[in-house]
Design a protein around this ligand. Structure first.
Ligand code: ATP
Length: 234
């Protein structure tokens, strides 16, 4: 890739004494939708956390728009334009939908407005005064994604947005992610749900034992299906 938006090279990460990532390499082009696939415990979430600077220790290179971020704090990384939507969603139960939406600081101009977020997720408009905990799993996920769009980030790291959701909601999340790509967002998606990932992503990286071991482009998924099933244990 000539000039990727994000280039991760030789990324190592630790939680305390546990060495989890052992030289992760991959890149994401501007406007691409790329997944990290792999079995439980392979290191996908840790890769997102290492990019965001929220693991115990990390080494290697994380170049984003030409800026080196591996030595930066999570605050600087967010201000560079990377936003992270964690698997556990992080919705504050004591706040209502709109208060949750307004929570993350705007780090760059040009973020999606609250009105636009409500257009993208009409359910959230209906429930804007409802407390975070009163929402369904799907609504919480939409709120978690909507919330990071306001920040002005251009790159979204989404950790298993479909986990635990009904098929119809998974489909809706897929539509939204596609719309985000159309709007010019670059998306790095961690997924266990390969069938879902295959419907939306441009490319897939396979993570195994804290390393990227393979890459499959969308056009090759069909002919690589046996290999992918082996990697994912499905
Ligand atoms: P999953 O879908 O199960 O989350 P994953 O590929 O995202 O899989 P990670 O969550 O990155 O995997 O976990 C990679 C390894 O790091 C696992 O062995 C896990 O037990 C370990 N690990 C994760 N979080 C911590 C932590 N806070 N402290 C110590 N070890 C951790």
């Amino acid at each position: 890739m000539a000039d990727p938006l994000l280039k991760v090279s030789g990324l190592n990460a630790w939680y305390g004494e546990s060495h989890i990532l052992h030289g992760v390499d991959f890149e994401v082009g501007k406007g691409e939708l790329v997944t990290l696939l792999g079995r439980n415990g392979a290191g996908k979430t840790t890769t997102l956390k290492a990019i965001m600077g929220i693991v115990g220790k990390r080494t290697g290179q994380i170049r984003f728009e030409g800026q080196e971020l591996a030595g930066s704090t999570s605050d600087i990384i967010a201000r560079a334009g990377i936003a992270y939507c964690p698997e556990e969603r992080g919705i504050f139960s004591s706040l209502n939908v709109e208060e949750n939406l307004m929570l993350p600081p705007v780090v760059k101009p040009g973020g999606v407005t609250v009105e636009e977020i409500y257009t993208l997720f009409p359910n959230l408009l209906e429930r804007r005064r409802s407390q975070g905990t009163k929402l369904s799993g799907g609504e919480q996920q939409m709120l978690a994604i909507g919330r990071i769009l306001r920040t002005g980030a251009s790159m979204l790291l989404l950790d298993e947005p479909t986990e635990g959701l009904a098929p119809v909601i998974v489909q809706r999340i897929g539509e939204v992610i596609r719309q985000l790509k159309t709007r010019g967002f670059t998306v790095l998606l961690v997924e266990q749900n390969f069938r879902f990932a295959a419907t939306i992503a441009d490319r897939h990286y396979i993570v195994e034992d804290g390393r990227v071991v393979d890459m499959v482009v969308a056009a090759d998924v069909e002919r690589s299906i046996d290999k992918l099933h082996d990697y994912l244990g499905v």
